[in-house]
Design a protein around this ligand. Structure first.
Ligand SMILES: Cc1ncc(COP(=O)(O)O)c(C=O)c1O
Length: 463
């Protein structure tokens, strides 16, 4: 691990004072409240360049996660800082309510219509993925009320989907650890099984079986009560689950059969992460609503949104009076200016094509991990990878949760200067910036190999 004091520029005293202030005053998102000091690595990141992060002590890390699957164009992009400064100087913020608008938001909405597949042509802006999910569910319900079917209120998502942690998005999320303590959940959310080919134990095609399992949930609720299906094209936080190739085409058919809206949550997958601009394009499936966030600005400013097809928008336009939904920061001009500039970087540098190429390299290299004793599955699409750890390869038996296998690998890798992310179900996620080099991918895989081997040795393996 390289130590670079001049980059960090903090004395040991300053660093330790900041760490103390952090522990005392900051309630971290998804923080570990119970852990005694020392069990949670406290990292204060001070700078980034390309795919590399530097912490307050000058230690450098290859960021195998693009922070939270979002810094796709990499760190240190001065043109994005310049776009923000220019817009802030001209007009940092102005209302977007009613008929008020700003140039960057208008231009970004038009640009998104050009990039998004099919007739997804109209954008509602928000700031984060959770807000955008809540918005999509509200739009789906409003759509059916306007179409004279007010009883269509249920939203079907899948186990292991992650849609964010606002109230409705928490309820749509299919990961019970995000529900615990915050119940009751919002009414009207149903969960179908995750389309996980590795864990599929049935007969025949897993894609068809999982689509049927979702149809069963719709039938049990009564199709006339269901407004929409929301799905991540590749489940991210739930374990990097790439569905079987026939799953989404079949899911689209289920939606068409019962007239349900299909909402694609492309918060992680949108804007190139899987090697296509949007992941549903891999399977030629068209959504009625599409949620985006993260990659639209590469995380340089918070921005998200929901795209609607022309048809859905036409129905909304029949509303009497105002569209009674909105956030202060919907269509924030500075965030939109940065979004526009970020999309230009993706186009100018052909970074979506690069994500496809480097992604193929990453997927090939990750396969090397399969030879390790505790690696059960290695999967992914483009620059999105997942490595599932198991205590028994043959039976696919999981480790006991208390053993924290993925967490241990994460800590070992961190110690060796590589950032990955441990997910529930003992999956290690990899989702680097699109500008990652092949050498950096080699480093990630090499470090993971060593870390998994070492953790495998620590966890007493059955003979
Ligand atoms: C697929 C998906 N949807 C929604 C969200 C929520 O986004 P946010 O944290 O910006 O609210 C996330 C965040 O990781 C996500 O991965």
């Amino acid at each position: 691990m390289t130590v670079n004091k001049s980059v960090a520029g903090f004395s040991a005293e300053e660093a330790s004072r900041l760490a103390e202030l952090d522990r005392t005053h900051w309630l971290h998102p998804q923080g570990d409240l119970a852990g005694p000091p020392g069990t949670v690595p406290q990292l204060i990141i001070v700078s980034g360049q390309g795919a590399t992060l530097t912490d307050i002590e000058g230690r450098e890390y290859v960021d195998g996660m693009a922070s939270l699957w979002n810094v796709n164009v990499g760190y240190g992009r001065e043109v994005l800082a310049a776009a923000a400064a220019e817009q802030m100087t001209a007009l940092a913020f102005s209302s977007a309510y009613g008929g008020f608008g700003t140039e960057p938001a208008i231009r970004l909405a038009a640009k998104l219509a050009e990039l998004a597949p099919g007739d997804l042509e109209v954008t509602y802006f928000a700031s984060g993925g959770g807000e955008a999910n809540d918005t999509a569910y509200k739009i789906a319900r409003l759509y059916w009320k306007l179409r004279g079917e007010p009883e269509r209120v249920n939203i079907v998502s899948r186990i292991r989907d992650y849609h964010g942690l606002t109230y409705a998005a928490t309820s749509a999320t299919g990961l019970a650890n995000f529900w615990k303590g915050f119940e009751p959940l919002a009414p009207g959310f149903l969960h179908a099984p995750a389309p996980d080919p590795y864990r599929y134990a049935g007969e025949g095609s897993p894609g068809a079986a999982y689509a049927q399992a979702l149809e069963k949930v719709v039938l049990e609720a009564g199709p006339q009560t269901v407004a929409a299906v929301v799905a991540e094209p590749v489940q991210g936080a739930g374990g990097v689950i790439v569905p079987p190739a026939d799953y989404f085409p079949l899911l689209r058919k289920v939606c068409d059969k019962y007239g349900l809206l299909l909402i694609a949550d492309e918060v992680i997958t949108g804007f190139g992460r899987t090697g296509r601009w949007f992941a549903l394009e891999h399977w030629n499936v068209q959504a009625d609503l599409m949620i985006f966030a993260k990659g639209v600005t590469s995380g340089y400013l918070p921005l998200s949104g929901v795209m609607l097809t022309r048809d859905v928008h036409d129905v909304l336009r029949s509303v009497k009076g105002m569209f009674a939904h909105g956030f202060t920061y919907s269509g924030h001009p500075t965030a939109c200016a940065v979004g526009l500039r970020n999309l230009q970087i993706l186009e100018d540098e052909r970074l979506v094509e690069q994500a496809a190429e480097r992604g193929a390299y990453l997927q090939k290299k990750l396969q090397l991990l399969r030879e390790l004793e505790i690696v059960g599955d290695v999967r992914g699409l483009g620059l999105l990878g997942g490595v599932e750890l198991v205590s028994d390869k043959a039976t696919k038996k999981s480790f006991d949760v208390s053993e924290g296998a993925a967490r241990r690998v994460w800590l070992e890798a961190l110690e060796r200067g590589v950032i990955v992310r441990p997910l529930g179900g003992d999956v290690i996620a990899i989702s680097p910036p699109f500008v990652i080099s092949e050498q950096q991918i080699d480093r990630i895989v090499e470090v993971l190999y060593g870390a998994i081997q070492s953790v495998g040795g620590q966890l007493r393996l059955p003979d």
